[in-house]
Design a protein around this ligand. Sequence first.
Ligand SMILES: Cc1cc2nc3c(=O)[nH]c(=O)nc-3n(C[C@H](O)[C@H](O)[C@H](O)COP(=O)(O)OP(=O)(O)OC[C@H]3O[C@@H](n4cnc5c(N)ncnc54)[C@H](O)[C@@H]3O)c2cc1C
Length: 459
Amino acid sequence: MTVAIVLFTSDLRLHDHPPLHAALASADEVVPLFVLDDGVEATGFGAPNRRAFLADCLRDLDAGLRERGGRLIIRQGDVADEVGGLVGETGADAVHMAAGVSGYAQRREERLREALERVGCRLSVHDAVITTLAPGAVVPSGAGRDHFAVFTPYFRRWSEEGLRSPFRAPRTVRVPEATASAALPTRAGLRGLSPGLAEGGETEGRRLSAAWRRSGLASYEELHDDMAGDATSRLSPHLHFGTLSPTELVHRARAAGGPGAEAFVRQLCWRDFHHQVLAARPGAARSDYRPRQDRWRTGRAAEEETAAWKEGRTGYPVIDAAMRQLLHEGWMHNRARLLTASFLAKTLYVDWRAGARHFLDLLVDGDIANNQLNWQWVAGTGTDSRPNRVLNPVTQAKRYDPDGAYVRRWVPELAEISGAAVHEPWKLPERERARYDYPEPVVALSEGLARFKQARGLD
Ligand SMILES: Cc1cc2nc3c(=O)[nH]c(=O)nc-3n(C[C@H](O)[C@H](O)[C@H](O)COP(=O)(O)OP(=O)(O)OC[C@H]3O[C@@H](n4cnc5c(N)ncnc54)[C@H](O)[C@@H]3O)c2cc1C
């Protein structure tokens, strides 16, 4: 009787799961394992919203395995120790897992490999599970170039690559009977959850993505920036936890065809792009990818303005609406992420790391590759070819929330102001303005711009 372990990490699904497929093809029994990793806890990455979503995902994964005759084995502790221990208990001769990209995931894989070598067990690390293309699968020509630093040429090469076909979910999974499991984590007792948090799990992810293909995908190109329309897929938490396979999503979108599908596939490629940057430069999770000698503002005023930004009371309605959406849902529209990040890093000229940290504390899709590198992109320390562009929140609000509906949804103090006037409450007559309990702008946009230009030596 041969046994293989499948170590689930950011790939909490049964459909299109190469490690599970390989384990089932080569062993009589399989141990589907998830380790509640003390190391991840120690990094402070385990925010309440993501813990809740993770609990949903694990419950659903366990239910899916039970329908197939198996179950999920939960352990808690150090990943290398737990997997090593389980190899001893079950006599497994192989462990299968998806390749990770962050510095943490790379170190974890290394330690696991060493631990398994000591007990004579093979580690199979599968590419293109968490991303569509493995980081490094395409690289620019030129000696020593290990990743693309510019999106457009990456997208061109990425689009030319053949994609593997998605694997079906298995019909049966036989798990060694005596294998003990800790209890599944639950949402119960988690404090500080966003009230409008989405539900996790592969079942919910597949339901959402099917609904998206039916009624969102075709108009994605046209509507993706319409903040009030909320017309993006909202699949990001499912992609972060791997309850959906990016490869399967690309296949299905391409099969649907049309400009909406093309634009959606391009966004999925952005996800791969940031992952391949992080895999090659894990330090970019914390350090500037392209240092600009920024001397970010610190001190009392900067702290107070950052607090106002976090709480959604900067006096700029579109910024406040977006920050309140983040608090309420643990999720934010992409255009809103761009505006709020630009506001913090450029208009307030506060270190992008403070903003990225706040996002990671709340985002249910909070992801080291996508969050840190998008923050760097906006702050101009990353891969943006126009690092000094500053997004004007009023101009942008008028363009992407032309009727002001997004702002009125999230900033009820201003709900009585109709149309685009809601974006500039300071322009209302004094008497009318006094009726709204809403702050004055924390800084004039012209002042923020002048400060930023001076700091970057652009004057
Ligand atoms: C400052 C900032 C921080 C961000 N932090 C995160 C994060 O922590 N996690 C995260 O998944 N995304 C992050 N993004 C990217 C993007 O905003 C979200 O992926 C998107 O808003 C999720 O909504 P959706 O699923 O409806 O996206 P859709 O528009 O439906 O796009 C489909 C998928 O493509 C991917 N995608 C879309 N845009 C991007 C992008 N710019 N970069 C990378 N992948 C992208 C996502 O996986 C997304 O689910 C961030 C963007 C900015 C500007």
